[in-house]
Design a binder for this molecule. Structure first.
Ligand SMILES: *Cc1c(COP(=O)(O)O)cnc(C)c1O
Length: 401
């Protein structure tokens, strides 16, 4: 008997005749924008188009709207509103944090500590800084993807001006011990930046309690709009301007604010914070179900990253004897969106820098597949996905009859 799975698949992409139905399991790449977010943004494209710098009421209404978002975000991470700067997303926040500190504190030293598994927004900026005379230490990670606090301590020098370690990894989901890293940074008086683009709105973060001096986040990773994010900078840490011009963002990032985007991000933060605990519980139980199903159903497969100390929505695997990219194409034909490693490096022929840093052999890295959930995914959709993965992997391995 032929099973009918069609009713299980979200009809959320009806405009696309090529892929009429989708099971979207690539939420680490980007997330579907919440309908409430779109609704909150619309008036700022329609009637509420005033420039926040204008003094008449229409302008001040826009100004008030973005200042409310600044308060909301500050509240969500335990910061003050004047410590939040709006940016065009995670990459910009990461670039600004690193280049800003390098420029601002270059007189004190030229040494920066980061990890081998950072997002390219950090790694490529570090390469740029290296070309400009900065010395970068890239911390190793263990087989679970955790940095060593001991190696961090040993790497600190009198000329170290910044420690930047991501809060959680975008590929295999391991959560770093940022509270302890923050304590070490504080002990030595070194600013600590964390790329929290994957972690913010997924796990609780409190910048003051965790001794975080700078934090990057991006709205489209938590069901907000694309092209907007923020950088938190602790009040006593000055950051040089990123864009020169008008006086927006306390004179450090000029340009008329992306008012609809910022308002949309605010709505996404509000929704995310309200549901944080409940989403963490729901997603981590779905994630564990998915991980168990895959490990029990598909032979020659390993879970990448820590079993428990991982983002609630992340499941990342290596399958021996296949190319992840080929599996992606087959899953796409079945209406399933997944990722082979990180979105930004797919298309590269090189195996993932994150997986190789964890000591996974290159051969096995080629068979990497990442599945990242959101709270709308159902158990039945997971069952369907596991079934399709098992079938397709068996075809790719040449086992199918
Ligand atoms: C997505 C991502 C970024 C980049 O954010 P954008 O808003 O897409 O520029 C940076 N760091 C991490 C960990 C990410 O997952």
């Amino acid at each position: 008997m032929k099973e009918d799975w069609n009713h299980l698949i979200n009809r959320n992409d009806n405009d696309n005749p090529v892929v009429p139905r989708l099971i979207y399991l690539d939420n680490a790449a980007t997330t579907p924008t919440s309908p409430e977010v779109i609704e909150a943004m619309l008036p700022f494209y329609e009637n509420r188009y005033g420039n926040p710098s204008a003094t008449y009421d229409l302008g001040q209404k826009s100004k008030n709207a973005i200042e409310e978002v600044r308060e909301l975000i500050a509240d969500a991470i335990g910061a003050m509103p004047r410590e939040i700067y709006f940016t065009a997303g995670g990459s910009e926040s990461d670039n600004w944090a690193l280049r800003g500190v390098a420029e601002g504190l270059g007189f004190r030293g030229n040494h920066i500590i980061t990890s081998k598994i950072e997002h390219h927004a950090i790694l490529r900026t570090c390469e740029y800084l290296e070309q400009n005379g900065y010395d970068i230490t890239y911390l190793d990670v263990d087989e679970w993807g955790m940095v060593s606090l001991e190696q961090l301590r040993r790497s600190i020098r009198p000329d170290t001006i910044l420690i930047s370690v991501m809060a959680a990894n975008n590929e295999m989901g391991t959560i770093q011990p940022i509270t302890r890293i923050g304590a070490i940074a504080r002990h030595y008086g070194i600013p600590f930046h964390t790329d929290a683009v994957q972690a913010f709105a997924q796990i609780p973060i409190q910048v003051k309690l965790q001794n975080i001096d700078m934090l990057s986040a991006s709205a489209h990773k938590f069901r907000g709009p694309k092209g907007v994010g923020f950088l938190y900078v602790r009040e006593n840490k000055r950051i040089p301007p990123l864009i020169h011009g008008g006086g927006q963002e306390r004179h450090v990032r000029a340009g008329t604010e992306n008012v609809p985007g910022i308002v949309g991000m605010g709505k996404a933060v509000e929704l995310a914070m309200k549901s944080l605990q409940q989403r963490m519980t729901k997603e981590s139980s779905l994630r564990d179900y998915l991980i168990n199903q895959i490990l029990n159903t598909i032979p020659d497969c390993r879970l990448n990253g820590s079993r428990n100390n991982r983002l609630p929505n992340n499941a990342d695997f290596c399958f021996a004897g296949i190319e992840g990219g080929n599996l992606l194409v087959m899953l796409d034909a079945d209406g399933i969106c997944a990722s082979a490693g990180s979105a930004c490096s797919s298309g590269d022929a090189k195996p993932s820098h994150v997986l190789t840093a964890m000591g996974i052999p290159e051969e096995l890295c080629r068979g990497a597949i990442r599945l990242t959930l959101n709270e709308t995914i159902t158990k039945e959709q997971i069952d369907f996905t596991v079934k399709k993965m098992a079938e397709n992997i068996s075809i790719l391995r040449g086992e199918a009859s």
